[in-house]
Design a protein around this ligand. Sequence first.
Ligand code: DGL
Length: 309
Amino acid sequence: MLNSSLEILAIVAAGNSRYRCRCGFLCGFPLAERAGAVTIAPVNSAPLGFFDSGVGGLTVVRAVQELLPAEDILYLGDTARLPYGSKSPETIRQFADEDVRFLIARGVKAIIVACNTATAHALPTLQQRYSVPILGVIEPGVDAALACPSAERIGIIATRGTIRSHAYQHALALRRTGLIIHGQAAPLLVPLIEENWIDHPATRLVLKTYLDPLVEKGIDTLMLACTHYPLLIPVLQELLPKDVRLVDSATTCAEHLKKELTRLDLLETTPREGSLELYLTDLSEEFESLARQFLKKSPGRIHRAVLGN
Ligand code: DGL
């Protein structure tokens, strides 16, 4: 129900995506849920919203900060319900929906699903449901893998949920014929990384167990199809044959985002240093040092997020 001409104006303006309400109601929620008069502000200065099950999505944040330093960023890590990768598709879709609502309620101008598992299971539903632009990490990952014309035998390591969705396998096969694709679920890696056991004998043993079958199949490319995995790159480089190319989606995701924001005329054009605000559904002692490793700098102030409000 619309309450005022201001709301009608906001909806019309939001349609051409230059102006949105700062509270997010008119820019993102389904029409039936929009209510209450709002103030209209240029949307270009609104923050970008990111979410992941934990801190892994910060690898994407770092790449975006490098490419688009003026953008404000709001990051949600659903650490209370991590990992997403072992949950059912329905549960992942429900969690992703709650994450998106949290970000929209804080007035973000676009959302990056910085989680492969959530992208694999929830992206199309989220894009249909909300009018705010929502981007995932799978297409950028596929772009990164196929940037090398000689890539032929592709190994994918990811959460069980991502592998079972076949989202990467389909996206790769649609883009290039004749690829030989091997998916390997690696469910123990996210908990090990969140535990900060990065350079740890247990992690090496687990990695070797996951990688050996792929190496035996002669892969030339290994896709790190989980936003947590880039932290393992130094260990992976030691364990893999030198001619296997490692690919992650963070940089190509930042490039996709820049193109999309430019196309929608949503880029922050004021020369400034953007801010980063972190929200977690569970604050653990390990998070700060882990976040520093992901971001390669201090994570700044961390807030506790309560979803569903
Ligand atoms: N970073 C998430 C991903 O990219 C981790 C998923 C999980 O929580 O299991 O898939």
